[in-house]
Design a protein around this ligand. Structure first.
Ligand code: NAD
Length: 462
């Protein structure tokens, strides 16, 4: 696989300050496919300096021109769609078709949405005798995870650029090739030097140096709640803006009036896509006691059908972690009705689509984020019980509600402590704000809400 041996800083590929590298592994066959440089504090310094130098001119570029550059970036992503999908498949392990549709398709959609929003957004408004300006925050430090490698990058970089900010990106160590490809696309799109910069490297080294850098005005982080808390504390101590997109343990609430087969089938597919490595996945299925046995049977069937179509987990550590959770589920008394901890293949970090029945709300597998293809089916007695269970974790990222009509589902969804809810299988909307309640995060991504994260307001009185 093609890899750069430097960092993309100030519009060019520059040699890394250190000599250490990170091996990129294909999780489907455990083979090393490339090496990228492991950045250190000096690389981060150089990248922040370049972003700082580029900021005044980019901030002063008319929004319509910034929009045109983002549109050009979207066009390059479209032209290189197949290459993007192949790269994500090689380093994340997602089946190629899923990579084409989701890992390449969604970032194109999101980049396109910001090309439009940058041109339309009201960066200035009149409030009585004042004019209020929305101005870019400055240099953004973006730290992204591996699970949707390009989407997570575009969901930060596109709105930051639309707002007039400049960016230093530190992508996840498991998926740096997709990030390098993105840097090439930025270059090809003619985005001015220094507006976007890339430093590959390890989280506790390059990531931490970026989060702590005094030249960074806003840190936008997506990843685990543990690291997010640390980054939030660092940013707080420096009185610096911070956006956190963290973990989840979302509930799929099936009310008794719902189409049970559809709700269960879509619910299982929602978790198995991307091998369960989706922060907003509905990993807890809540079913009324009168329909419980039927739901368990349907879920086990749906999971078994997935069988071989599921990709591997991203790395050996996640593989061991997810299998450990499955063992813990069994040990705590949950009933395995599909899959299990045993690795289905000799090579690659695969886990079978797994379904647990007889899960109680306080079990570890019902409380902690597993980040693998594991669904827990939980029984409820009445709506109040369902709501208590749905809201009974530290997380609040997403969820689903199914009922005979939308109004019934909406009434339940409005009482859920969570950032987004799909009503009767509602479709993904790239313009709808995405983000968490409670420990799932701070701030929103996507659409106009995502753009406003990168702006600060100034009012002039007349
Ligand atoms: P992670 O927190 O270990 O890593 C995320 C990023 O942070 C990586 O780039 C990593 O290198 C960097 N990092 C690690 N330690 C750091 C430190 N001390 N300082 C600065 N940066 C550091 O998470 P992960 O294992 O890559 O991703 C899985 C987690 O991310 C899951 O918990 C998942 O729910 C969450 N996630 C959330 C969202 C969301 O939008 N809410 C999206 C995707 C993933």
């Amino acid at each position: 696989m093609k890899a750069h041996d430097g960092m993309y800083i100030g519009g060019e590929w520059r040699g890394a300050a250190g000599t250490d590298t990170i091996a990129v592994v294909n999780p489907a066959d455990e083979q090393v496919i490339a090496h990228v440089p492991a950045g250190v504090a000096e690389d981060v310094d150089a990248a922040v300096f370049a972003a700082h130098e580029a900021f005044p001119a980019w901030a002063a570029t008319p929004p319509a021109e910034r929009a045109a550059k983002i549109a050009a970036l979207r066009d390059v992503l479209v032209a290189r769609k197949d290459e993007i999908a192949e790269t994500v498949t090689a380093e994340l392990g997602a089946p190629l078709q899923f990579s084409q549709m989701v890992h390449a398709g969604v970032p194109i959609l999101v980049a396109g949405s910001y090309a439009e929003l940058a041109a339309l957004y009201a960066f200035e408004e009149k409030v009585g005798n004042s004019t209020v300006y929305a101005e870019p925050v400055g240099v953004v430090g973006a730290i992204t995870p591996w699970n949707y490698p390009l989407h997570q990058i575009v969901a930060k970089v596109a709105p930051a650029l639309a707002a007039g900010c400049t960016v230093v990106l530190k992508p996840a160590e498991d998926t740096p090739l997709t990030a390098q490809l993105f840097a090439e696309a930025v270059h090809e799109a003619g985005i001015p030097a220094g507006v976007f910069n890339l430093v590959t490297g390890l989280g506790p080294v390059a990531g931490q140096a970026l989060a702590e850098h005094p030249g960074v005005d806003l840190v936008s982080f997506t990843g685990s709640t543990a690291v997010g808390k640390q980054i939030g504390a660092t940013a707080g101590a420096a009185v610096k803006r911070v956006a956190l997109e963290l973990g989840g343990k979302s509930a799929n609430v099936i009310l008794p009036s719902a189409d049970l087969a559809k709700a269960v089938g879509v619910g299982i597919a929602n978790v198995m896509g991307n091998s369960g490595q989706t922060c907003s996945a509905w990993t807890r299925m809540l079913v009324h006691t009168s329909q419980y046995d039927e739901a368990v049977e349907l879920a086990a069937e749906a999971a078994a059908k997935y069988g071989d179509r599921i990709g591997p987990l991203v790395n050996a550590k996640q593989h061991a972690r997810v299998r450990g959770y499955i063992e813990k589920g069994v040990a705590e008394g949950a009933r395995l009705v599909a899959g299990g901890a045993e690795a289905p293949r000799e090579q690659g970090y695969f886990v079978s689509p797994t379904v647990f029945a007889d899960v109680t709300p306080e079990m570890t597998i019902a409380q902690e984020e597993i980040f693998g293809p594991v669904v827990s089916i939980i029984r409820y007695e009445d709506e109040g019980d369902a709501l208590r269970i749905a809201n009974g974790t530290v997380y609040g990222l997403a969820g689903a509600v199914w009922a005979a009509d939308d109004a019934e589902a909406v009434a339940f969804a409005r009482r859920m402590d969570t950032g987004q809810v799909d009503i009767n299988g509602g479709r993904f909307n790239p313009l709808a704000p995405f983000g968490g309640y409670k420990q799932s995060g701070v701030g929103r991504e996507l659409g106009a809400h995502g753009l406003s994260e990168y702006l600060q307001t100034k009012s002039l009185q007349f």
